[in-house]
Design a protein around this ligand. Structure first.
Ligand code: ATP
Ligand code: MG
Length: 423
């Protein structure tokens, strides 16, 4: 029979790799706690309208990347392609944005129907940060300082650089769009196909084009920063001086834009040279208009998303994966003969009194030799040995599997004290 396979671009995370993911997730979530950010969880499926209204109808995501389907009621639902819109929906619906500030994070899978390649998948995972209710550049600086600490503590600081830009107010962007389109119209026949199409739909995204020739044409194009409104300019200057004060290095990239329509003022990306063209590890910015756009009161907001697959790939490429992450078993309990009741009881006692020990109990029988082989394969440092003789004399054997130490025979109490002395 033909075996059923996973959906293209959607990956399994196997036991050999999950310790690295757990390590990355715990480093990040520990840091988030130290900045007093709180976790929020929301569904993986939302009304399609939520994404259309927030991300924008003429963005790549909404035009061609969403997993949209009709459920049995005939409602149009979409697997979330990103978390910001969901987070805003959840906060609004639960009254978290009324007269208060929020500093939030979430973690989980996102879905986009893109061409799968290294660092680009159809189910991928993000840790996202969203803050609400704070207008000034101090909070922009805070989320950037936080993201810098994440990358530093994971050991990849020297492989990433921070790029920042200001997208200005909606009016400033509109004025700039006009100037950009006027210029690009004059060189239209030299643009790549994607950019030609975007000229009518989403011209700012042309700045982001990977096409070398288009990039060369952009060298002579009007520059977004020259069109900034006064408020955005001051905000951007404020952010830069706070980053300077915090010692976070950055480059101003006047062509940095985001693929989602809700961003304004600050935009930023952490990029790396180590992952080919999938170079953005973390991306975000300010989206002061989104809450109102989704039906709430005007609420300033800034956030970012980290792509976890890319972050893990970066740790591997930079060779900064810590040793010893995959230690699974410390102790293997060998139970030979009719001793299951004593084995299960003693194992629970060890787990009560030695909560940090990873103890695996032999299941499925087997003679002494078979069980010892399993103990060795488990990676355990030592085997506890419980046979009928041991049980009769109320004792347990301790056999060292990696060191040249002599085997011991101890009472259950002595064994517990001995194991505790090793911790
Ligand atoms: P890109 O320009 O690389 O397509 P993006 O601008 O579409 O990224 P965002 O929507 O800002 O990305 O998402 C934030 C982060 O999530 C990205 O910087 C990246 O690390 C990660 N990411 C986005 N799309 C994917 C994907 N298809 N597979 C894996 N990671 C992704
Ligand atoms: Mg994208």
């Amino acid at each position: 029979m033909k075996k059923i396979q996973a959906i293209r671009g959607m990956n399994d995370l196997l036991p050999a790799d999950s310790p690295l993911w757990q390590y990355v997730e715990s480093v990040v979530t520990d840091i988030l706690a130290r900045y007093a950010y709180q976790e929020i969880r929301f569904p993986i499926v939302e009304a399609t309208e939520l994404f259309k209204r927030s991300i924008g109808e003429v963005t790549d995501i909404v035009e061609k990347e969403m997993y949209t389907f009709e459920d049995r009621n005939g409602d149009s639902l979409t697997l979330r392609p990103e978390g910001t819109a969901c987070c805003v929906r959840a906060c609004e619906e639960n009254g978290l944005l009324y007269n208060q500030t929020q500093r939030l994070w979430y973690m989980g899978p996102m879905f986009r129907h893109e061409r799968p390649q290294k660092g680009r998948y159809r189910q991928f995972h993000q840790i996202g940060v969203e803050t609400f209710g704070i207008q000034g550049p101090d909070i922009d600086a805070e989320v950037l300082v936080l993201s810098a600490r994440i990358l530093r503590d994971l050991g990849v600081a020297e492989h990433v650089r921070l790029q920042i830009n200001s997208l200005g107010s909606a009016d400033a962007r509109a004025a700039y769009k006009q100037a950009l389109v006027a210029y690009l119209d004059g060189v239209k026949d030299q643009l790549d196909e994607d950019s030609k199409r975007r000229l009518d739909t989403n011209p700012l995204r042309i700045l982001d084009s990977k096409d070398v020739n288009t990039q060369r044409l952009l060298d002579a194009a009007p520059v977004l920063l020259d069109y900034l409104d006064e408020v955005s300019r001051e905000h951007f200057e404020g952010l830069k001086s706070l980053l300077n004060a915090a010692g976070v290095a950055y480059q101003v990239n006047p062509r940095l834009v985001r693929g989602l329509d809700y961003y304004g003022k600050t935009a930023f990306e952490w990029v790396t040279d180590k992952l080919g063209s999938q170079s953005t590890v973390c991306a975000g910015g300010r989206y002061d208009g989104l809450v109102e756009q989704l039906g709430g009161k005007p609420t300033p907001a800034v956030g970012f998303g980290i792509g976890l697959e890319r972050l893990v790939l970066l740790l591997q490429a930079a060779e900064v994966v810590p040793d010893g992450l995959d230690q699974q078993t410390d102790i293997y309990l060998v139970a030979v003969g009719d001793v299951q009741p004593q084995a299960i009881k003693f194992a629970e006692r060890i787990r009560d009194e030695l909560p940090f020990v990873r103890l695996m109990v032999n299941c499925g029988g087997g003679n002494f030799k078979t069980q010892l082989k399993r103990a060795d394969k488990s990676g355990a440092e030592m085997a506890l040995i419980l046979g009928e003789d041991e049980v009769k004399s109320d004792k347990v054997g301790i056999k060292f599997l990696r060191d040249e130490l002599e085997q011991q025979l101890l009472s259950f109490d002595e064994a517990i004290v001995y194991l505790q002395s090793l911790e």
